[in-house]
Design a protein around this ligand. Sequence first.
Ligand code: GLY
Ligand code: MN
Ligand code: MN
Length: 462
Amino acid sequence: MTTSSVYAQRRAQLVQHLGAKGIALIPTAPEQQRNRDCDFPYRPDSYFYYLCGFTEPHAWLVITGDGRSTLFCQPKDPQREIWDGYRLGPEAAPTQLGLDAAFSVADLDAKLPALLDGCDAVWIPFAIHKGLETRLETWLASLRARVRYGALCPQTQRDLCGVLDEMRLVKDPHEQAILRSAGKISAAAHIRAMQCCAQMLRTGQEVREYHLEAEMLHEFRRHGAQFPAYGSIVAAGANACVLHYRADRGRVQNGELVLIDAACELDGYASDITRTFPANGQFTGAQRTLYELVLAAQTAAVAATRPGARFTDPHEAAVSVLAQGMLDVGLLDKNKVGSLQDVIEQRAYFPFYMHRTGHWMGMDVHDCGDYTEPSEIGQVSQRQDALTGDTIKDRPARILRPGMVLTIEPGIYVRPAYGVPEAFHNIGIRIEDDAIVTPTGCELITRDVPVAVDEIEALMRG
Ligand code: GLY
Ligand code: MN
Ligand code: MN
């Protein structure tokens, strides 16, 4: 299957939802100013890219219920191309991208009212693109001004995100192949950073968090990945207890753990890996105790990741192992918090494990897709949260199906506190892998970097 037929197939699938007289308008992302005349590196909008694979800015895709796809893109401009680089241009776009027609983006205002004429519903991604609704209103107003000449205005606006989110939630073979490649590159980067860390310490060099970040980024780019998929977290020692810590200039000390949550984006698809390892390549007793506990939680969560299970099952499996472990190692005092069941019901584990065990992953690292099962959306129950007292609405969680992709990322974070064994103070551990749900279970696509204690120690000796 050629790449352009992959996109054509997705557009054809979308057309099924639009209705014969529907029209979908999908702008790509705007360029973002970083400061003065410098922009952030450009990345196209995920929905737009998903439907046509075009990476230039200032472009719109229009798909109509009759199955036609029209691109509006930057016109060829030899002067601008000297400064900003090659533009595909509307003449070459239809053949190159497998579309029906293409025009200059400068023609949008002139052409859109005519394209909207006679349509009954306009589909746009709601609340994603600032100014899109205003732009659409202008086109609708200019169409309405022509009703006495026979123009027919669409009567409804529909959110495109719902339909596209459902499509994107199940990854097709083309997407799965890219995700596997992204996972491999990111895994290689983790190995590189681990080995570099131990090697630098062995040779008496000072190691800073940014040294390890640099190793990661080098490896991403060396293999053709365009970006990090999200801001890299490289957290030495106590910094690992800050969930959204960024790679900074913290000193990586002999005897401490390092938590790296960093991964690349390849051809529009994210990966998301966390590894926690001893800076010098050798776990201490206390580090190993907590590490083995998080790993056991992850193993339980992986086993719970299979078709037919609920999205929440891996989380519940991980929480059960972590909570029991917290009682066993003395992070939680049985005399105060009671049994395992009490710990889970009262969320007594929360001071040490305060995030969920995973999220959808795909083009966006926290990818789109409902976490509620659509066929059971009407089944709502209410409860009071044990910790906050807030009223929470529960709906049945999404049922996992082959092709869905999610992360599995339990952790433990121990801030110094009265009653918490000192040996565990300032230890932060997370182990995160990316899983594709298969017909029988799940495939971990990021395990080229190991998680077992002895394997990590062995690779850091090398
Ligand atoms: N790196 C973001 C996350 O793990 O969710
Ligand atoms: Mn994650
Ligand atoms: Mn992560």
